[in-house]
Ligand binder design. Sequence first.
Ligand code: NAG
Ligand code: NAG
Ligand code: NAG
Ligand code: NAG
Length: 350
Amino acid sequence: MEVFEYFLIVILINSLIIQICDGDKNPIFNNLITFDEYLAKYQISVHDQATYLKYKAKFLQTQKEVINFNAKPNRTYTQGINQFAHLTLAEIIKSSFGLSLLRYPILNVQPKAIIKPPCVLKPIDWTKSGAVTPVKKQGNCGNCFIFSAVAAIESATYIKTNKTYVLSEQYAMDCLDKDLKINNNACNGGQPDYIYDLVISKKGLPLNSSYPYTGNDNKVCPVKNIVSDTAIKGYITLFTDNEDTIVCNLIKGGPMSVAVFVNSTFLKYSGGIYNDVASCKPDLVLNHAILMVGYDIDPKTKLEYYIFKNSWGPTFGENGYIRMQKGINLCGITSLVQQPSFIANPIPIG
Ligand SMILES: *[C@@H]1O[C@H](CO)[C@@H](O)[C@H](O)[C@H]1NC(C)=O
Ligand SMILES: *[C@@H]1O[C@H](CO)[C@@H](O)[C@H](O)[C@H]1NC(C)=O
Ligand SMILES: *[C@@H]1O[C@H](CO)[C@@H](O)[C@H](O)[C@H]1NC(C)=O
Ligand SMILES: *[C@@H]1O[C@H](CO)[C@@H](O)[C@H](O)[C@H]1NC(C)=O
């Protein structure tokens, strides 16, 4: 956070210097990085002039929005430039989201929760105990639901065995059509429970290192070196609007897949506690899945927040993570919360 603020100050000072030098009338807006620098930084190749101009216009607009937003006095988070700055929301949804609730709400009937009220909320951060693998990047494929579910399985496995396994999203992707008979191109979206069901039936997943990620749906499911430690047996699905219940299950059972509705300001998030309910409305169609890994209270603002791991690489947000305000059903986070388990019919608390 402090490093970010330092850079922000440096950037603002630099932009003021540029502004004085070139006489731009807008004191806040200036090109912090040029479009060509941006393309180079994110290794974006553009093949024709029309596309170049289109991307450049969008990039400049995004940069202006980011600077104007960061100048607001009462914000609890900052926006920044990342790999999405040149794209429209529709383009980003197609390439980097990937939740479609084909099976929802016809999920397995879950056992009813029995303990209430279940627990006292307390800060938890599963990344601190080593239960969360490095941030991954789904790339140009709408398969967030696979990344979210595999990440949850990696964490559940660590919590059970104290061993870190970086598991194969590619294997889950390739086996999905064949084994679950879901007629679906995995780059076109799905829901995390597909993956839980698949891993239950396959008795685990192989390592990413033995079955590496390519992002192409090969639709063949070879016999592979399944890591038996990763053989989950079931999962819970929380249908609750009580966000304390969600935190209690996070504390008790570890990281969980969460379906969200993501809109434009989420994409520009670069740090702090995201809370734009006007943009990230809970009543809209869920389109993305992420991994809830933590909960805490900000000492300065007293805001309660969740910590989520995303699958857009470390250039998104806070090194790939986003903190989101708790208690306002931000982005519809209560809609579909799922947690893998090594018990066949786990019972949620709350
Ligand atoms: C900031 O928030 C405080 C408390 O909600 C409010 O009194 C103040 O007017 C706000 N300032 C601006 C500039 O919006
Ligand atoms: C878990 O693993 C870590 C490092 O691999 C070790 O320091 C720790 O003692 C282990 N804990 C348990 C309960 O085995
Ligand atoms: C998974 O495998 C891919 C392909 O080899 C590699 O690029 C990526 O870094 C691996 N992910 C992790 C977290 O190790
Ligand atoms: C996204 O947010 C904008 C405002 O930021 C809003 O106008 C729009 O309705 C929201 N929903 C969708 C689906 O884009």
